[in-house]
Design a protein around this ligand. Structure first.
Ligand SMILES: Cc1cc2nc3c(=O)[nH]c(=O)nc-3n(C[C@H](O)[C@H](O)[C@H](O)COP(=O)(O)OP(=O)(O)OC[C@H]3O[C@@H](n4cnc5c(N)ncnc54)[C@H](O)[C@@H]3O)c2cc1C
Ligand code: FES
Length: 290
């Protein structure tokens, strides 16, 4: 598939039968990442539908409802379905209290994917830009690149969080850095005691890395203001719009293109996205509220 073309893989299955009916999976492990974020590993050994990096599921919590949550685990291990959840509202806040052995409903996987296979086909470099919980949907990309290291060029991960204690996957980051051809740079909005790293906003980190814009595919996920500035800086550094991919969030209900809740200009985030090339969505990102 050509770089810049649609990345949706329609061969990837949604839940079998009624697409609005979740399957119920048991929590195998609950890992508290920090004060407002948890990673839940679900046992999906019975169904284990294949998923692509960047896709999401609808998670259903009894008595609370459903929320769209990206899959943050390895595509090579679909039997363990992993989600990293920041508790912000009616569904996600009670999920922070979820424990091993409890059941959650899952519909999916849904949506378009990051262009990992396109990158592997050309062996190009990957530049990942993640802000906050935006590292979760990019983590499957990192797993794939590290699993098939020789298929890809350099891997550069730029990751920003509000404070050092908000950084996700800290032990894994140490491992990622140890792989050849892999750079991980961190930045926080506000430092704390013991932090000797950079302080600032994510686009500041772009100035700290060298890359060949013609040989690089960029993937960004985070707050829209971060993606706007990152996109602007990437274009200034010579990366073509068709090589910049952004993952967008909107309020989801059906997640299968029926209800219109997630409409973004002429697109539905749930089925046309969440991953889009920048040329398709950047003009809309400039408008604060659609
Ligand atoms: C494709 C996609 C992938 C996503 N992936 C992830 C992911 O991997 N991890 C993740 O954590 N999130 C993810 N999200 C975001 C998540 O779906 C939303 O945060 C979702 O709205 C949470 O549902 P909720 O019912 O818990 O929150 P809601 O109750 O719907 O609240 C949503 C927002 O409203 C605000 N809010 C809620 N209640 C109030 C109130 N009383 N007053 C003022 N503001 C309020 C919250 O602060 C929050 O920002 C994703 C979204 C999409 C579309
Ligand atoms: S969430 Fe219903 S159309 Fe996208």
């Amino acid at each position: 598939m050509a770089i810049g073309s649609e990345t949706r893989d329609s061969s990837l299955p949604a839940s079998a039968g009624d697409p609005m009916m979740p399957r119920f999976l048991r929590i195998r492990r609950a890992i508290r990442e920090n004060h407002d974020t948890i990673t839940l590993e679900l046992d999906d050994s019975q169904a284990a539908p294949r998923f692509a990096p960047g896709q999401f599921n609808m998670l259903y919590l009894f008595g609370a409802g459903e929320a769209a949550i990206s899959i943050s685990g390895s595509p090579a291990r679909p039997q363990t379905l992993v989600h990293t959840i920041r508790g912000v509202g009616a569904v996600t806040a009670p999920l922070l209290r979820a424990r091993r052995g409890e059941m959650l409903g899952v519909r999916g996987p849904y949506g378009s994917a990051w262009p990992v296979e396109e990158a592997a086909a050309t062996g190009c470099d990957l530049l990942l830009l993640a802000g906050g919980i935006g590292l979760a949907p990019l983590r499957p990309v990192i797993y794939e690149v590290l699993r098939r290291r020789r298929d890809f060029g350099r891997l550069i991960v730029l990751y920003g969080a509000r404070t050092p204690s908000d950084l996700l996957y800290r032990k894994e980051i140490v491992q990622w850095r140890s792989h050849p051809g892999t750079t991980v740079k961190l930045i926080v909005d506000r430092a704390a005691a013991g932090w000797s790293g950079r302080v600032g906003v994510l686009p500041d980190l772009l100035g700290a890395v060298e890359f060949d814009p013609a040989e690089t595919i960029a993937m960004a996920c985070g707050p829209e203001v971060m993606m706007r500035f990152a996109h602007r800086e990437l274009v200034r550094r010579g990366v073509a719009e068709q090589r910049i991919y952004l993952s967008l969030e909107r309020n989801m209900k059906c997640a299968i293109g029926f209800c219109g809740h997630c409409q973004f200009g002429g697109a539905f985030i749930c089925k046309d996205g969440p991953v889009f090339t920048a040329d398709r969505v950047e003009p809309l990102l400039r408008i604060r509220e659609l």
